[in-house]
Design a protein around this ligand. Structure first.
Ligand SMILES: Nc1ncnc2c1ncn2[C@@H]1O[C@H](COP(=O)(O)OP(=O)(O)OP(=O)(O)O)[C@@H](O)[C@H]1O
Ligand SMILES: [Mg+2]
Length: 253
């Protein structure tokens, strides 16, 4: 199986706190990896190290066959990782002064150097795909949270990344918006896009992920299929975490 992401010994410290303590991970092409764990366990840092939004201290990141030595990454290495990954953030990070269409077009024009006519056609198609064909001229302030997140996903897809990184894509949304965003993510995953998703939506992770890792204090404590990690965790720590997550879930229901 072709490995799309391969991490070996990835480490990151902030001041004197080691936030990632040597992460080893393999994600096959087309696979969806779910990352779960308590607040502060290092989930966002792990995602952010993959595209050098945070600079890791040590270890090796291999993306689709190109290995990057984290401690000695060149500008070209960082450019490669950023060019082939796309991050979807909890708080969308759209340009507030651009319309939905302009937000999606931005990367196509500035990064991919497409002409405006082609970029616009591609962007309209993508907005259609995420169910926003009738909202292309709206500004973010005129869109619901769920709609803004779907624009952000369309914008990521426009860059045709090898890997999509999603950091709690639904946690800032009201319950009504969540379903629409999850449906779009499911749709993108079904097309075979490799994804790493950090989420507290255990039902969603269980449904969409091929592989789940449970991060605890900067280490992978459990890894396996959703049935293994979510259904029959081996460690007491993961059992506690999941019991609490399920409690919150049943309260919200
Ligand atoms: N830029 C930073 N400077 C200093 N410490 C940081 C920085 N970013 C994260 N940390 C620390 O690193 C640890 C891991 O943070 P991280 O954001 O990766 O956790 P997380 O698992 O994503 O948590 P959450 O579920 O709350 O989003 C935390 O203790 C956090 O305080
Ligand atoms: Mg986080």
């Amino acid at each position: 199986m072709n490995s799309m992401i391969r991490l070996r010994g990835l480490r990151k410290r902030f001041d004197h706190i080691e936030v990632l303590k040597g992460i080893d991970l393999d994600v096959a092409e087309g696979e969806v990896l779910g990352v779960i764990g308590a607040s502060g366990s290092g989930k966002s840092t792990l995602l952010r190290c993959l595209d050098f939004l945070e600079v890791p201290d040590a270890g090796e990141i291999t993306l689709d066959g190109r290995a990057v030595d984290a401690a000695h990454a060149t500008k070209a290495d960082v450019r490669y990782l950023r060019r082939h990954t796309a991050m979807v953030f909890q708080l969308f990070h759209l340009f507030t002064y651009k319309t939905a269409l302009e937000n999606v077009m931005e990367g196509l024009v500035t990064v991919q150097k497409l002409d405006k006519v082609t970029a616009e056609a591609v962007s309209r198609d993508l907005l259609d795909r995420v169910g926003l064909g009738d909202r292309v001229d709206h500004f973010p302030s005129q869109l619901s949270g769920g709609q803004q997140q779907r624009v952000a996903i369309a914008r990521s897809l426009a860059l045709n990344p090898k890997v999509m990184l999603l950091d709690e894509p639904t946690s800032a949304l009201d319950p009504e918006s969540i379903a629409g965003v999850l449906a779009v993510i499911r749709d993108v995953a079904a097309e075979g896009r490799t994804m790493v998703i950090v989420s507290h939506e255990m039902n969603f992770i269980s449904d969409i992920a091929d592989q789940v890792v449970f991060l605890n204090d900067g280490e992978i404590l459990e890894r396996g299929t959703p049935a293994q990690v979510l259904g029959a965790p081996a460690t007491e720590r993961a059992r506690q975490f999941l019991a609490r997550a399920n409690l919150t879930l049943s309260r919200a229901a």
